[in-house]
Design a binder for this molecule. Structure first.
Ligand SMILES: NC(=O)c1ccc[n+]([C@@H]2O[C@H](COP(=O)([O-])OP(=O)(O)OC[C@H]3O[C@@H](n4cnc5c(N)ncnc54)[C@H](OP(=O)(O)O)[C@@H]3O)[C@@H](O)[C@H]2O)c1
Length: 240
């Protein structure tokens, strides 16, 4: 009986491994979240009292191009977890990782937990559907956030005209551990206290020789332009 965390090989998962040192992180191969039987077996064997669900298909282009995979992973996958916890029937506490991108992000709005979502692309739509699935399970918390790992920026350039109240994944992992201790329920935004562009965020990772890009240079699915969040229910963190 302990903490089970999905998505352990991901950006957030790696940070969670440093905070939840004793947790069990089944790999994708051990527990494919699109496979109900695999989840049922793992959950019946381990009997978690807390489950942090971070596994998802997060690539916006891939979700747009392969909607079936995105739906199976992000929506049915979340439903499979909830089904398995209901069968386990031990009132396991569930945390679901959602995203600032459930909001339209057209203005400098600083969305709170009470604001109305309006996703711009299929990825964000599936994450919002996942939220609705989790809301059918009482002992649960939906965390909306926005982060990158504190490491070399993945691309040679970064947007100067997309914004967010970003954190590094290590900050988010600590925030999740505090939410977990208090067994918070409902929706919580774990956010940074400063609105910045993606370019400013990329510089904070220490990446050198980055090019600036704008939305005019971009072709692809619609994006949430301003991902800034505020919170009525939680403290804001300093990015570090
Ligand atoms: N990154 C962000 O900016 C951001 C912002 C807000 C919210 N989020 C949310 O935070 C969570 C973690 O994001 P991340 O950036 O850490 O993602 P990531 O680095 O892409 O990692 C995704 C994880 O999900 C696993 N996974 C994918 N499909 C799976 C399946 N069918 N069964 C089991 N595991 C599967 C992957 O395992 P394999 O690699 O082995 O396939 C990987 O461990 C996601 O729920 C995401 O929606 C992310």
């Amino acid at each position: 009986m302990g903490v089970l965390i999905t998505g352990g090989s991901g950006a957030l998962g790696k940070s969670l491994k440093t905070v939840f040192k004793d947790a069990y992180f089944p790999t994708h191969a051990e527990m494919d979240i699109a496979n109900q039987d695999a989840i049922d077996k793992t959950i019946q064997d381990y009997k978690p009292n807390t489950l942090i669900h971070t596994a998802a298909l997060v690539d916006i282009r891939e979700c747009e191009d392969d909607k079936e995979k995105a739906w199976l992973t992000n929506v049915e996958g979340t439903q499979n977890i909830v089904n398995a916890l209901k069968k386990l029937n031990n009132n396991c506490y569930l945390i679901y990782m959602s995203t600032a991108c459930v909001f339209a992000g057209e203005n400098e709005k600083f969305y709170t937990e009470d604001d109305v979502p309006a996703p711009k692309n299929y990825y964000s739509f599936t994450k919002l559907c996942g939220e609705l699935v989790v809301r059918q399970y009482d002992n649960s918390c939906i965390i909306r956030t926005n982060f990158v790992p504190k490491e070399q920026w993945k691309y040679p350039e970064a947007f100067i005209d997309r914004f967010g109240t970003y954190l590094f994944s290590d900050n988010v992992a600590k925030g999740i551990s505090y939410v977990c201790k208090k067994k918070e329920k409902g929706i919580i935004h774990i956010v940074g206290d400063k609105r910045m562009s993606m370019y400013e965020l990329a510089l904070l990772t220490g990446t050198k020789n980055l090019r600036k890009m704008t939305l005019n240079d971009y072709e692809g699915p619609l994006l949430t332009i301003d991902m800034s969040l505020s919170t009525k229910k939680w403290e804001k963190y300093k990015i570090k």
